[in-house]
Design a protein around this ligand. Structure first.
Ligand code: FMN
Length: 398
């Protein structure tokens, strides 16, 4: 058979023209350049996704500390469900929509974020490193995200000239006086909001901690070194009934409102009627969350609880979500189901344990970069154009 040289040449030209390398060169000519996430040392750039920080952290942490962070409550059914339900969802992307520039910014309570991603409150960080709350706060300032924190002295950051929007996390106070003093302090300290955790009525039943004879006192001072005796403060015992704020009701919100205009964001909502109640009692935001599967066992996965809560809130305030978020596509799914933004907990603690402040930054920036790419490849140029039609749940017939 004779070779048709012209046809061959045409084929070659069209093949070269279709090549992504040529497309990239053409894009560069048009002023469109590749955007890389910030680069760190080779060691920190080792993990290529959020999952891969965990084994590095595990290697470096005391077993009691690792189990405290990694674990969920009882049989860890919900811990698995948080991931399984996210993975169960499938994205149906759009094409031919001109995504040559992508904007993943969102404004929450007046603060513009470049990515719809926050660092969730995580108590007990001193199990990882002394002063861990401030280390994470510096990382949050560096990536310019909102950081929620319990008791850490945030005025130290001001002294250092670090600028950060931070929310004060609390499980509430038992009396009106204590609640009102707390709200005044938050105002004075410059907190952007109170993040009120409402699913922590009692210490939960975490088998790993019970088995390890973990002492909740270690959360502030770390696990004692081998051979060092420490007074037991709060030993974990299976199914103990250790009260945190069991008497708290929606009246708490009124107590705060009487003395302060500080926004209150309510975290730990899974039932749509509670989502609606939070808004009716003056919440400025709602976080659909099962506390990273660490409070009541066998509760619904956060992503499964999200759509009904979003509907109940009806756009009156932003709805955030956390629990199992590990990939940019997870975030895309949560946004499609109505979340304004999401939080991560364990992943940034693994970043912290693995590589300190830069590890936290890298975890955040890697996920933010994945979000940007996921939005672009889904054919969306900004978060406002993401809609519920983009996700399907083949198992549940969504
Ligand atoms: C070690 C650890 C400590 C936590 N401490 C708190 C806390 O003090 N207050 C709170 O509201 N949530 C707390 N959480 C829950 C997180 O705020 C968040 O809801 C959860 O970690 C999100 O799930 P993820 O870890 O799968 O991202 C904690 C989570 C972890 C892993």
């Amino acid at each position: 058979m004779q070779i048709d040289r012209r046809a061959l040449l045409r084929k070659l030209v069209s093949y070269v023209a279709a090549s992504p390398v040529i497309a990239a060169a053409q894009s560069a000519k048009e002023g469109k350049t590749t955007i890389y996430p910030p680069v760190y040392s080779d060691e920190i750039m080792g993990p290529v996704n959020l999952h891969e920080f965990e084994p590095i952290a595990k290697e470096k942490l005391h077993k009691l500390a690792y189990d405290f962070i990694a674990g969920g409550v009882e049989d860890e059914v919900t811990l698995r469900a948080n991931r399984e339900s996210l993975e169960c969802l499938r994205i149906v992307p759009r094409v031919m929509t001109d995504v040559s520039s992508v904007d993943t910014s969102v404004t929450l309570l007046g603060k513009k974020l470049q990515s719809p991603l926050l660092l969730a409150p995580t108590g007990g960080k001193n199990l990882v490193l002394p002063g861990a709350d401030l280390i994470c706060a510096r990382a949050a300032a560096q990536v310019d995200c909102i950081y929620s924190v319990g008791g850490a002295p945030m005025d130290r950051l001001e002294d250092e000239g670090v600028e950060l929007t931070w929310w004060r996390n609390t499980i509430g106070q038992a009396t009106r006086d204590a609640a009102q003093n707390f709200a005044r302090r938050c105002d004075d300290d410059g907190a952007g909001a109170i993040l009120l955790t409402v699913d922590n009525q009692y210490q939960s039943n975490r088998d790993r901690n019970n088995r390890n004879r973990f002492d909740y006192g270690y959360m502030s001072g770390g696990v004692p070194e081998e051979g060092v005796e420490r007074e037991p403060r709060n030993p974990a015992v299976a199914a103990m009934l250790l009260p945190h704020t069991p008497g708290m009701t929606w009246e708490y919100m009124e107590w705060i409102r009487q003395v302060s205009d500080i926004p209150v964001v309510v975290k730990g909502i899974l039932h749509p009627e509670d989502a609606a109640a939070a808004v009716e009692h003056g919440a400025s935001g709602v976080v659909v969350s099962n506390h990273g599967a660490r409070q009541l066992g066998s509760v619904v996965a956060s992503i499964d609880a999200l759509p009904d809560c979003v509907q109940a809130v009806g756009g009156r305030v932003p709805v955030l979500m956390d629990g199992g978020i590990r990939r940019g596509t997870d975030v895309l799914k949560a946004l499609a189901l109505g979340a304004s933004a999401v939080q991560i907990g364990r992943p940034y603690l693994w970043g912290l344990a693995a590589f300190g402040q830069e590890g936290v930054q890298r975890v955040y920036e890697l996920l933010a970069a994945e979000i940007r790419l996921a939005v672009a490849l889904a054919g969306k140029k900004d978060l406002a154009s993401i809609d519920s039609g983009m996700v399907r749940n083949p198992q549940c017939g969504l």
